[in-house]
Design a protein around this ligand. Structure first.
Ligand SMILES: *Cc1c(COP(=O)(O)O)cnc(C)c1O
Length: 469
């Protein structure tokens, strides 16, 4: 090692020296002593490694002093006080964007979370009888009423719902499933893997594109525990295809005394064709076939909090509730409060499409989206942000979240182009804004899809663009 490096190492600031400087700045208001000491140690260690490894030794030399280290530590500790999980503006046009938190909650859900969360609650207390109650009971009745089920159970998410149902009904037994339904949802949720973890033995039948009832019939044996259908949420097989209908499958289950389960995934609760969208089977329709269990998400097309909802026959649900795994997958009071408030809207479909944001975005007439896009352009032009050009563009939005994969939802975009800044840099600037704006980039333009942007988010966009130069 050269002399320069050796002398720098000798001059590394002492931990105590840095701490003394930090104490003068009232550092313990930012973090307890143990944390401060640990950070200082780490900062000095980082500096030591830099001296040994960095080629730009002249620059490093300027950093080897107690003041510099104390400033680094202070900044780091101040940053710890900032929220990392933040609200963002979703201008991507992907309505249920898993990376952006899927369904935004309705105002009623938020109010209920605050009310229930700030005080104590009757989470597991039966107020009528004055004795211990069940947390699921608060939403059980409303879910059953809305989807027409005998019984319901809620867990953390639909992956947990599928795992719990499979483990209860098919552990150590065969679960029969079509090769066309061995899907991956993303985020590591793959049917064959979840099945293995549940202890069920996967019995694949049919082929990728065609599976007939006869394939299931042939697979049924004394080892069969479950007939499983999985909604191919995020993709479709088109062309020469055949899929066994759920009705004869239910009949086969009845005849053989084997429960039939349908993992619906998205969990659509209203008829979307009324709004010009493709038909997506509703939970009520599927339950009406006589299927024993249906599982679906709370934060996809339902438009509520993250949750996995299991509905179906009472005798099956009783079994699932008794599974010890259920305790490990149980939901918290905030989810329950939010889900209850969300479900109440389903008693009146007009509220569903006016209060639940994902459903609003999905069903809003394209003319209304266009009007909002024009209003945004007007506002942006009036703001006179130098060198920005705005263009109205027609395009397609999507449902996202593995829902309605083929649906191309007409929408309007606002294209923004800058004379000075590249689209890539503009995108990055908006992403790093105080309230981040997530946009798409197309060549030299950034695109904001107004189907997923609400009027009350315009201010964030203006602010973000103003500060982007
Ligand atoms: C989305 C989905 C899941 C997983 O649901 P999460 O709520 O994300 O855990 C499981 N099965 C199907 C068919 C899905 O579409």
């Amino acid at each position: 090692m050269d002399e320069k490096r050796k002398s720098l190492l000798k001059n590394l600031p002492k931990i105590d020296e840095v701490i003394l400087l930090l104490e003068k700045k009232d550092i313990y208001a930012l973090a307890p002593r143990e944390v401060v000491v640990e950070m200082v140690r780490q900062a000095v260690q980082d500096l030591r490694e830099k001296i040994v490894n960095d080629s730009a030794i002249e620059k490093t030399a300027g950093e080897v002093n107690a003041t510099n280290v104390s400033q680094l530590v202070e900044k780091f500790l101040k940053d710890l006080h900032n929220y990392r999980l933040r609200r963002v503006v979703n201008a991507t046009g992907v309505i249920l964007h898993t990376n952006l938190g899927r369904a935004p909650l309705c105002p009623e859900a938020l109010r209920r979370i605050a009310e229930v969360g700030l005080g104590y609650s009757n989470l597991e207390f039966d107020l009528a009888r004055g004795e211990r109650g069940q947390r699921y009971n608060h939403v059980r009745e409303i879910i059953c009423a809305v989807v027409g089920a005998e019984d319901a159970l809620i867990v953390n998410n639909n992956a947990a719902a599928v795992l719990l149902a499979l483990n209860t009904l098919a552990e150590g037994k065969e679960a029969v499933i079509s090769r066309g339904e061995l899907i991956e949802i993303g985020g590591e949720f793959r049917i064959p893997e979840i099945m293995r973890k549940s202890g069920a033995i996967m019995r694949e039948v049919g082929t990728t594109n065609r599976t007939r009832l006869a394939d299931y019939e042939k697979a049924v044996s004394p080892d069969t525990g479950l007939l499983l259908k999985v909604h191919t949420s995020n993709y479709r097989i088109v062309g020469f295809t055949e899929e066994a209908d759920i009705i004869p499958l239910v009949a086969l289950g009845k005849k053989s005394g084997i429960p039939v389960m349908d993992d619906l995934g998205s969990g659509c609760l209203i008829d979307l064709t009324k709004y010009g969208l493709q038909h997506e089977p509703t939970v009520r329709e599927v339950l009406a076939t006589g299927v024993d269990v249906v599982t679906f998400s709370g934060d996809k097309l339902l438009g509520g909090p993250q949750a996995g909802i299991i509905v179906g026959k009472k005798i099956i649900l009783e079994q699932i509730k008794k599974n010890p795994l259920n305790r490990a997958l149980r939901i918290d009071k905030f989810t329950l409060a939010a889900l209850e408030a969300t479900m109440i809207h389903y008693l009146n479909e007009a509220e569903v499409v006016s209060r639940l944001r994902p459903l609003m975005s999905l069903t809003e007439p394209v003319a209304a989206v266009k009007k909002r896009a024009l209003r945004l352009i007007g506002k942006l032009r009036r703001a006179k942000i130098a060198d920005l050009e705005f263009t109205l563009r027609e395009s397609f939005a999507s449902a996202g979240g593995g829902s309605l994969p083929l649906e191309k939802i007409p929408t309007y975009l606002v294209g923004i182009k800058s004379g000075k800044t590249s689209a890539v840099r503009l995108e990055a600037a908006l992403r790093r804004a105080e309230t981040p704006i997530i946009v798409r980039v197309d060549k030299d333009e950034i695109l904001l899809d107004l189907r997923t942007v609400a009027e009350d988010e315009f201010a964030f966009i203006l602010e973000g663009l103003r500060n982007s130069r």
